[in-house]
Design a binder for this molecule. Structure first.
Ligand SMILES: [Zn+2]
Length: 112
């Protein structure tokens, strides 16, 4: 899970939940458009976007060339394992510490 400002801006959400996979165990297929930025660490991040819908399908971290990152939400699986590492907490939105107990209306689906 990453609370860096760049991930907040990339996702439009207060944090991102991501998985890293060994590059050697992945087979990447299909076309993507790329955009590179500098991470807060100073390393490069190369984002790969679907050329049709613009979704970020994966990204590469120049500081960790042996891994490829994928946003957990892309698996469309609510039972996907929870993140086990949390970084950039200095820029965390404080209310995310206790999301499950935030006072708010809760709906299982969006009302029609
Ligand atoms: Zn981040």
């Amino acid at each position: 899970m990453c609370h860096c400002i760049a991930c907040q801006q990339r996702t439009g959400a207060p944090f991102s939940a991501n998985s890293r996979f060994a590059r050697e165990k992945l087979e990447i297929q299909g076309d993507s458009r790329t955009w590179e930025r500098k991470a807060d660490t100073g390393n490069g991040v190369i984002h790969h976007f679907c050329p049709d819908c613009g979704t970020t399908v994966f990204w590469e971290l120049t500081g960790f060339p042996d891994v490829v990152a994928v946003a957990n939400g892309l698996f469309a699986d609510p039972t996907y394992p929870a993140p086990t590492v949390c970084v950039w907490e200095e820029s965390k939105h404080s209310w995310t510490d206790d999301i499950a107990n935030q006072p708010m209306e809760r709906w299982a689906k969006m009302p029609e």
